[in-house]
Design a protein around this ligand. Structure first.
Ligand code: SF4
Length: 418
């Protein structure tokens, strides 16, 4: 029987919501409202509670990658002197912002990125920090830099509590900075209300991910990377809650009817490490589907932390705890434990480790994690050389050869559930 790729019905709503987000940001900018650029887990909740619009330049790289225009934008950044070794998500943004002539920017996807009035950079990787300094000089706008210490395995509880306290102090300083800059008063009750909505949307998202423990899984990693965007763009707003509620309902229907997103019969269930290779999404879905294999879970899908860490009664503390506790910010042992649990909870048959050539952060420890997991679980693993936004750093033939060989191993072993 032929395999059938079945995108979620929510796909249409997703497209509409993402379009609306960019239209609204552009409209606000034209009407003179403030626009802040944020990196990573920057406390956008505080900005929104002060009526400041939020844009994520790194996420723009993902959109450009899926649209197939990111390599061209990376090349524009290189023409300005940036090395091809620099992260392609960052080069993509530079190519759009600095490498595209002003009169051509409106032809970019979503009309490009509206100019910032202020910048908030969480320094989660070295390239990000240097680029944000550059943006600040280029646009001559204030830059607020936040630290997020990695929660190493050996840290004591006291050390963790110390970082939370430091983070809260940092947020309080940020609030004073914003009050001075905008002349507006910060309202903590408004922040608490937005956290109520954020927690609700997050809980629904985690429910949706947990539904993928069913056999067959109703959604693949390749779906999740798209359907997380409403939560990402509308965190703390009712749109994210409504979207995730509908998403969960559709997934529940699929579970009841045993509908898989990619295959007629789900033979193998895989872990996918790192983000997908954006410019190859559709081809990769078809490749895995041809073997009846579905990547059903990725650590990246849990990127925004757990609803358990959100307490609207203590909003500043929640924001800090959320940022520190996300799986990707843990030490090696913490990440291995997290993934080891995914292997069991999601009944996995193998591990696909995507090595993003230009990402300094996500590749860190990947070999150690793979070794520990294969030893602990006995599962086979394959490393895919790839990149998020630069297609010159990826080879179709290499990908296909590696996946073909990996599938042979899976076929010899059979799926775990058998
Ligand atoms: S974490 Fe990786 S992909 Fe993200 S901005 Fe840093 S280097 Fe680029």
């Amino acid at each position: 029987m032929e395999n059938q790729v079945r995108p979620l019905k929510m796909m249409g709503k997703l497209t509409d919501l993402v379009n609306k987000y960019w239209q609204d940001v552009w409209k606000s900018k034209k009407e003179g409202e403030l626009v802040a650029w944020c990196s990573g887990m920057s406390p956008f909740e505080i900005l929104r509670a002060m009526d400041i619009n939020v844009v994520y330049p790194e996420a723009y790289g993902g959109f450009c990658g899926v649209a197939g225009i990111s390599t061209g934008l990376c090349q524009r950044a290189e023409a300005l002197g940036y090395s091809q070794d620099l992260c392609s998500i960052i080069r993509n943004s530079i190519g759009a912002i600095h490498g595209t002539p002003a009169k051509e920017q409106e032809n970019l996807i979503y009309g490009g990125i509206p100019k910032p009035d202020l910048l908030f950079c969480e320094t989660y990787c070295p390239g990000v920090y240097k680029m944000w300094e550059k943006y600040s000089r280029f646009y001559n706008v204030p830059l607020w830099v936040m630290e997020r210490p990695r929660m190493h395995d050996a840290f004591s509880k006291e050390k963790g509590a110390h970082f939370v306290k430091e983070g809260i102090d940092e947020l309080k300083e940020m609030v004073l900075f914003l009050e001075r800059l905008t002349g507006r008063r910060f309202n903590i009750d408004r922040l608490s209300q937005s956290l109520v909505l954020e927690r609700e949307a997050n809980r629904l998202w985690w429910d949706s991910l947990e539904l993928c423990q069913n056999i067959p899984a109703p959604m693949s990693v390749f779906d999740a990377v798209s359907h997380i965007f409403p939560y990402y763009l509308y965190r703390g707003e009712p749109q994210a809650v409504a979207y995730n509620q509908e998403l969960k309902s559709e997934l529940l229907d699929r579970v009841a009817q045993k509908i898989s997103p990619m295959v007629t019969e789900e033979r193998y269930r895989l872990y996918w490490d790192n983000l997908p290779i954006f410019f190859k999404l559709e081809e990769h879905i078809k490749k895995f589907a041809s073997y009846g294999a579905v990547p059903v879970v990725a650590m990246n899908s849990f990127l925004y932390g757990s609803p358990e860490d959100m307490d609207p009664e203590n909003p500043l503390e929640s924001i800090v705890k959320l940022s520190l506790s996300v799986p990707g910010n843990r030490g090696l042992k913490g990440r291995i434990e997290f993934l080891g649990k995914l292997v069991e909870d999601y009944s996995l048959d193998g591990l696909v480790m995507q090595r993003t050539r230009t990402c300094l952060l996500n590749n860190m420890g990947q070999d150690d994690i793979m070794k520990a997991l294969t030893e602990k679980t006995g599962l086979p693993a394959v490393v895919i050389e790839g990149d998020l936004c630069d297609s010159r750093l990826y080879s179709d033939s290499e990908f296909n050869q590696k996946i073909d060989a990996f599938m042979e191993i899976l076929a010899q072993r059979g799926s775990r559930r058998n």
